[in-house]
Design a protein around this ligand. Structure first.
Ligand code: ADP
Length: 177
């Protein structure tokens, strides 16, 4: 990502993050309570590279981030080789397995594929600082929170597109590699 003169007019993370007003809501996964079928539906209905994992819809408290490809591979493998994993199995990103009704199918534990400390910035973080963070840490995406509540996501491409819009430039010409 190029130098930050382009962000002189104090653009904030909230101006660049998705979703913006007209966008569909953020696609998140719950740390517990979703079935394999429900997670597969989220994967099928979207094309995002990854999904934030939250405690619950109500709190939107961030617990991690999981890449789409890791989810797909793990669910595929589990369905093929892990005893008892079916569409109705509960997907768990939690540390401990909650007590389970003994008549239900076994749960699919996926905590090991989750990034437990995805980088998160507040919605008021100036974009010049955000760009610095992306560059220095080599990020592909980062999450945006406000008072511990997950609000949105910013990808490297979102930043490049935003910069191109502000300077009327082709995003490709800003990509440095
Ligand atoms: P890229 O920006 O590199 O194409 P993605 O395909 O992951 O990466 O994201 C496409 C767009 O959707 C971006 O604008 C991004 O901010 C947004 N986005 C990414 N992940 C999610 C998600 N889980 N829910 C909602 N929007 C997302």
């Amino acid at each position: 990502l190029e130098p930050k003169e382009e962000f002189k007019h104090k653009t904030l993370a909230m101006d660049v993050m998705r979703p913006q007003r007209a966008d569909p809501p953020l696609s998140v996964l719950m740390q517990s309570g979703m079935s394999v079928d429900q997670v597969e539906a989220v994967i099928a209905d979207t094309s995002y590279s990854g999904f934030p994992v939250v405690v619950s819809q109500e709190t939107q408290r961030l617990v991690g981030f999981v890449l789409r490809r890791d989810l797909v591979i793990s669910i595929d493998n589990a369905r093929r080789i892990q005893e008892g994993i079916v569409g109705a199995s509960q997907v768990l990103f939690t540390e401990h397995t909650p007590a389970q009704p003994c008549d239900g199918p076994p749960s699919l534990r996926l905590r090991s594929i989750m990034d437990l400390s995805p980088l998160a910035i507040t919605d008021h973080t100036p974009m010049d600082i955000t760009v610095d963070i992306f560059r220095k840490l080599g990020l592909r995406q980062c999450l945006v929170t406000q008072n511990g509540r997950l609000l949105g996501i910013i990808t490297k491409k979102d930043i490049l597109k935003h910069m191109a819009q502000m300077t009327n430039r082709d995003p490709e010409s800003i990509l440095f590699n």
